[in-house]
Design a protein around this ligand. Structure first.
Ligand code: 9G3
Length: 567
């Protein structure tokens, strides 16, 4: 492709409103342009990278035995009403009406559509298992779109859905697609981990997220420093045991703690460690209120609270709700003497001896609190976030944290959608059974941004060879110089005849601009036709290392073929 024919609008300045490196560079190098908040156009270079990622995804999904389809983005409201999600999703689900006032959703995901498709076409167990996938645009009206392609409101997803007559069959396809995902992200050159994720009420044994390690990631991964255990921090169970201290149980006392509100106020005012404090938080769990207790140096994991009660909604009670229910401010909450709410506690609370907790009275706390003696809980459970230094849940090593970008997510759905939407088949005995389902997503446009985030330097992007928009950047320093224009045109033809993808910078631009653009765009190899073109000598430069080689045009193909193998 000649640059004088395409559109690569590189910027001299780094865009001010782009907060992370990949977003800055994809804009600055002319790969994407923003249309609206969270809505982007892929420019020629960006579109080619997107296609390279899609090609890898297709190869791996096809070899895993999945069949590609394409479903509509326009989805009838009736389907979402059948699954019930028309009513449970809020403004994030984009909705519209057609000219007849019929209601539609813009597809945020396709469980409803695929289930309605398969229930109409598959009636017998003989047609199962079946795995279908698509690569398609999704719409989610994110509250805070940010970081460019990492969190957009319109994005490209590969979403796959599998249908089974047995759990074993689902387990088998899940494993096969798990491996396909591993291949996909490995071929993209990404540093990723498959982490145990929270699947909501199912308790996490049924879902994994594929996380690219990155400081700009929104998710936190808890991983073992010795084994390959890795889990989304929301999911990671805590197996720490808490040694009970032998000290005497002193007499409970109520002390005045005027204006001491937070755990840190209390620990410094009463000179006790946070690990001796009982932190009490009031949560609204669906329609009821629950007082959740954790040790002062721990944090409540609301996902674990949600899973404990198999709730659909869990949120911290507001100040006025708290005041109304327990007639005291949040800073004085405690479990002692609480009547009208259920109290649950994290295991660590059980081991507290002579601790401190709120007295449910403004400006007062209790000291010498001993859980078994001074208050009762409906149950002790694992309710806290895992922390760095905790033992790894697989019993090997200790936990460290890392930030991750979620690029893939695989679920064992069970019959959640097939039951709600009557997707059933006749089994070998002629009995009607609900199909067992799995679903598997990859953020394709998000993966492009994750690669850009992982591969760049201060000059610009550095694409791995198999994802780069073109393999070679052929740059003629001065197209007015006859030797240079003849040699570069010849090379352009020869390289393409040898099946290299070549971007030819044939513009009438100053050399400095051409070289700066080349570093910014980030193709793996640059071939410069310059001052030694009369001797038919060119300069080869490797973008990743900066290394340059001078070579005669006749050895160019061989050298470049060899170099690309390791880039
Ligand atoms: C919605 C909206 C946002 C959503 C969903 C539905 C996330 C929604 C979860 C999934 C599950 C899997 C198939 C591919 C892999 C992921 N955000 N999810 O269902 F209406 Cl507005 O998408 N779907």
């Amino acid at each position: 492709m000649k640059q004088s024919h395409t559109l690569i609008p590189t910027l001299r300045e780094t865009p001010a409103d782009a907060d992370i490196r990949s977003h800055q560079l994809l804009l600055k190098a002319g790969y994407i342009r923003q249309n609206a908040s969270g809505v982007y156009s892929f420019m020629p270079l960006g579109k080619r990278v997107l296609q390279k990622v899609e090609a890898i995804v297709r190869e791996e999904m096809d070899s895993a035995g999945a069949a590609e389809i394409l479903m509509p983005a326009l989805q009838q409201a009736e389907l979402w009403q059948e699954s019930g999600r028309w009513y449970t999703y809020g403004p994030e689900l984009m909705r519209l009406k057609d000219r007849h006032e019929r209601e539609f959703a813009l597809g945020a995901t396709h469980e409803e559509v695929i289930t309605s498709l398969v229930r109409d076409e598959v009636k017998s167990y003989k047609r199962l298992p079946l795995t279908l996938y698509q690569i398609q645009t999704k719409f989610r009206d994110e509250k805070r779109p940010r970081f460019g392609l990492l969190r957009g409101r319109e994005f490209i997803m590969k979403d796959a859905y599998s249908f089974h007559s047995t759990q074993e069959s689902l387990d088998e396809i899940y494993q096969k697609l798990f491996e396909a995902y591993t291949n996909i992200f490995t071929r993209c050159g990404l540093d990723f981990r498959a982490v145990i994720a929270d699947s909501g009420a199912m308790g996490g044994k049924d879902t994994h997220e594929f996380m690219v390690l990155s400081d700009v990631g929104e998710d936190t991964i808890a991983y073992s420093d010795t084994s390959n255990y890795a889990a989304n921090i929301e999911m990671a169970p805590v197996i720490a045991d808490y040694p009970k201290s032998e000290e005497e149980h002193n007499e409970l006392q109520k002390v005045e703690t005027r204006n001491q509100k937070t755990i840190s106020d209390i620990t410094s005012y009463l000179q006790v460690g946070a690990d001796k404090c009982v932190k009490s938080l009031l949560f609204k769990v669906d329609e009821k209120y629950v007082l959740v207790l954790v040790r002062g140096d721990h944090e409540v994991n609301d996902i674990k609270v949600k899973n404990l009660f198999a709730a659909t909604m869990v949120e911290l009670a507001g100040l006025e709700e708290t005041q109304a229910l327990l007639s005291c401010p949040v800073g004085s909450l405690g479990p002692i003497g609480v009547q009208n709410v259920e109290v649950v506690a994290d295991h660590a609370v059980k081991a507290i001896v002579n601790g401190v907790c709120g007295a449910n009275e403004d400006h007062y706390h209790f000291v010498n609190v001993n859980p078994s003696r001074d208050f009762s809980v409906s149950q002790f459970a694992d309710l806290r976030f895992i922390q760095e230094g905790d033992p790894s849940p697989d019993g090997e090593g200790t936990i460290l944290f890392a930030k991750g970008i979620e690029v893939g997510h695989v679920f064992k759905l069970g019959t959640r959608y097939s039951e709600a939407m009557n997707a059933s088949y006749l089994d070998a005995n002629g009995r009607s059974q609900s199909m067992i389902m799995g679903c598997y997503g990859i953020g394709v446009s998000r993966t492009v941004a994750a690669v850009a985030e992982q591969f760049n330097d201060e000059k610009g992007l550095i694409w791995p060879a198999n994802l780069a928009p073109y393999h070679l950047h052929l740059v003629a320093v001065n197209m007015k110089d006859e030797n240079q224009s003849i040699l570069s045109e010849t090379l352009y033809k020869e390289l393409q005849a040898n099946r290299f993808e070549v971007l030819f910078d044939d513009r009438q631009e100053r050399p400095g601009v051409k070289f700066a653009d080349s570093e910014l765009i980030g193709l793996p190899i640059r071939i410069t036709v310059g001052k030694r073109s009369a001797e038919e000598i060119v300069e080869i430069k490797i973008r990743k290392t900066g290394e340059t080689i001078e070579a005669h045009k006749d050895e160019l193909i061989e050298i470049v073929t060899e170099l690309l193998k390791s880039l």
